[in-house]
Design a protein around this ligand. Structure first.
Ligand SMILES: [Zn+2]
Length: 86
């Protein structure tokens, strides 16, 4: 599910930003990661990047797979609207 800015209707790409990337208006609280979600995301990203660094050192083929995984983590964090209790 995509989130749209209530002011300009643009798709919200970053759920870590408190403002719309297009018009700069503040986004609703519910659009944003909670501190827990943000921490989880940062952790996932850190692990993926660590894996990438390692892969670069070891093997180009693995590097590409790891980049794919990193993109997947980033894509998921921006496109899924998670709260299961809402
Ligand atoms: Zn906007």
């Amino acid at each position: 599910m995509e989130l749209h800015c209530p002011d300009c209707g643009s798709i919200v790409y970053s759920r870590r930003s408190p403002k719309c990337g297009v018009c700069g208006k503040p986004l609703p609280e519910s659009f944003r990661f909670s501190p827990e979600e943000a921490a989880r995301y940062e952790e996932q990203l850190r692990i993926a990047k660590e894996g990438l660094d390692q892969a670069v050192a070891e093997n180009r083929e693995i590097e590409e797979q790891t980049r794919e995984r990193l993109r997947e983590v980033q894509r998921r964090s921006n496109s899924i609207f998670p709260p299961p209790f809402m």
